[in-house]
Design a protein around this ligand. Sequence first.
Ligand SMILES: [Zn+2]
Length: 549
Amino acid sequence: MKHLALGSLMALCSSMTFAEGTTVFINADILTMDADFTVAKAMAVRGDRILSVGTEAQVRSEAGEDSSIVDLAGGTVLPGFIDAHTHPVGGGASSVFDNVGIDRFSTVEEALEYMKEATEGQGPLNWALFVNLDLATQSFEDGLVTREHLDEIAPDTPMVIWQAGGHKMTVNSVMLDLMGVSDDTPDPAGAQFGRFEDGRPDGNLSGAALLFGALGVIEPYNSYDRIEGSVALAKEWNAQGLTTLGVAGVASPKDWDVLTELSARDDFPLRTRNYLQWGGLVMWDQAGVAPGQGDDKSRIVGWKISADGSNQAFTGLQREPYLNSDNLGLAYMSQEAIDSAVVKGTKRGGQMAMHGNGNAAIDNIISSVQKAREAGVDVVRPRIEHCSITEDDQIAKLKELDISCSFLIAHVLYWGEAFRDTVFGPEKALKLDRTGSFERAGVPYSLHTDYSVSVLSPLEMVEAAVTRSLFTSPDTVLGEEERASVDMALRAITSVPAFQLLSEEEIGSLEVGKLADFVVLADNPREVTPDEIGEISVKQTWMNGKQVH
Ligand SMILES: [Zn+2]
């Protein structure tokens, strides 16, 4: 038998693969994430599938004499990680913007200082593009950022700050000129200029018409190569242990073409499970694109709808007003519109992925699913995206109706303090991303980044769910009793999202017959202290029986 130790394996070039023949991996703690949390010591892979999992003797005998042996030297093996909800294509293009978020700068002053240095000496043909500035979490003496701050930094260069959450931009005067905006340009339909007291636009843009208007003139954003950019990002994702992305949702047939082209390439070793934006139904019909299409690498599983906005932008729809206000947030869809989408989307053969951040939006979604079921419509595995604020009565209802959720856990880590102090107050903030309560109630949940809304690695998400400590004050915990157990948090990046993405027969656990997607970690997440989980090194990532990292 051929025998390779981990050290020599790592030293070989990264293009080494074992797609042909049988490979036996020994000397590892294999957290299979099967229904019983079985821990095995060895695993055999033949072609793209798992042939055997169990004790070393058992696996060696099932694999046969001609197998290659890989000694994992005590590493920990888990199924390839799954991020349940991402936006890889549009999110990738936003990587032309430089991050100035709370994970880099705790104040806006520091961020502005950095932007000034980065922009120094640039002229009208350069671009000063920044993203993730967050006035909810980064403190700022002046309160509001306007074009005056930006004009000081970039008097000649078009400058844009795309704010955290994606719903707002601040631009400078050069950029307003490029957009054809003058002092007396009126607000376009459904969008708004921030304005100085004298009525002139102050550089703040909100609403789709203005954001798309701005994006339309940002040359680096438009010339970004979505294929090559995604291939480059795939390397980073594989390095974090990711082998599957939930895409929620695909914006247009053009974006689906990009995903299809990527899927055909060997240098994009990631599976995607895709939700089509329900609002684009006419487009999808014209293009002949529908749920069920695709293969085990890239497949359309359903439809994405959005019931409300986001809590940090005060547009999540609430049962009670936001802190110190009478604002209840914003319904992006009426109850009737959600009712209709759930019935029609299901009848078109799609699973429903429904964005709901506020507790009232979640009420509306639950009500639609219940009504459809009562009318005899077999709503398949409905899932609530973000599901940020939930009440006890809702968790019971989710259990009763078999509705699962996916949490944007960076809400706790990065925005937890803002939710507590400025958005909801301390009591309601405890109802954020209730991983502990969901676990006790037996309601399945997954974790997601909503890339590029947040950029945590899967293991960093696990750490955030298990510790619930705040980035802005690491000693503070938001909701002790809502802490996830390590096992459930690991399920939330493996077996649960596989189930949510209708793919549990293929991926999400290491069991005989499933696709050979797995990671080899330097340490066992069950054995390190919770605040070390995010730093565990991903030694290897395998997808389809081939080493991709
Ligand atoms: Zn999203």
